[in-house]
Design a protein. Sequence first.
Length: 339
Amino acid sequence: MNAFELTRALIDIDSVTPNEERVGEFLFAHLRELAARTGGQVERMDVEPHRFNVLATWGDPGSPIVVTLSTHIDTVPPFYGSREDDTHIWGRGACDTKGIIASMIFATEALVASGVRGIALLFVVGEERNSAGAIHAAKHSRGSRFIINGEPTENHLALGSKGALRYEIVASGRMAHSAYPHLGESAIEKLLDALARVRKIPMPQDGTLGASTMNIGTIRGGRAPNVIPDDARAEIFFRLVDSGDGLRAATVEAVRGFGEAIEVLSIPAVHLGSVEGFKTTVVSFTTDIPAFDGAWGQPYLIGPGSIHVAHTDEERIPKAEIVEAIGLYQNLVRKLIQV
């Protein structure tokens, strides 16, 4: 298969989190055949039943891995298969991240063929939900000095990525007949008051990453239009430009007296390095990089495709960027090996 055919083959395997087993089996078989031809080794890193990371390494006995190319193999729902035209490959996971996987595999094959050793491919599960694969891999590092994480950055090297802070805001009240509201206590009104206060929290700023942002993603509650609601809740999501400590304290204080702020997820923002000769950007999305926690080396972030079409029904990846990425990954690996 060429890189476009491999991208489509990966897209056509449903791997919506947490159903990554089939695409993991495909990648394990594909990399095992590649390793057999090129002197590499492949292993499964079991994360939980029916879910595993795939690790392929090329190195001399006793020598550590220097550079690891890594991305995730799961996708968001809903699954839909691939198609292509003259310029793009379409389908769920096209840019996030199955075209990236193909680019990394072909870049690695070219590097190994030219005699480069001390490199690895690490494909992980669970990034779209809780980074379970990266968290597991962080506990089983192989001494890698650098990790190149693949996400759609339009082949620009990201100088940083925002973090994530997610809360569920829960308000409680007392049911009553809506004709006699004084006999009840509206949880929805409490929730609305809490959210109004949260919306007034000043957003932190960063010179590189810009401003933190906040989204009220879901609101639900109540029993019926003629019942004073006894329960209401909302989910809010901050995109962080720092550790999140300030927004964490401000959110708890804003909700105090109206409900409870339950923290669901916290991932700090990260600042990343640049490399001479690479175009740069800054991204607002969150990646597996914080979950690796430095265990696989100093992180870099780059990949083909645009995040603006990821997670949409128009997801696609330019064929030209897949080809460009194969060269960029080779160039970046060679530069890092020389550090």
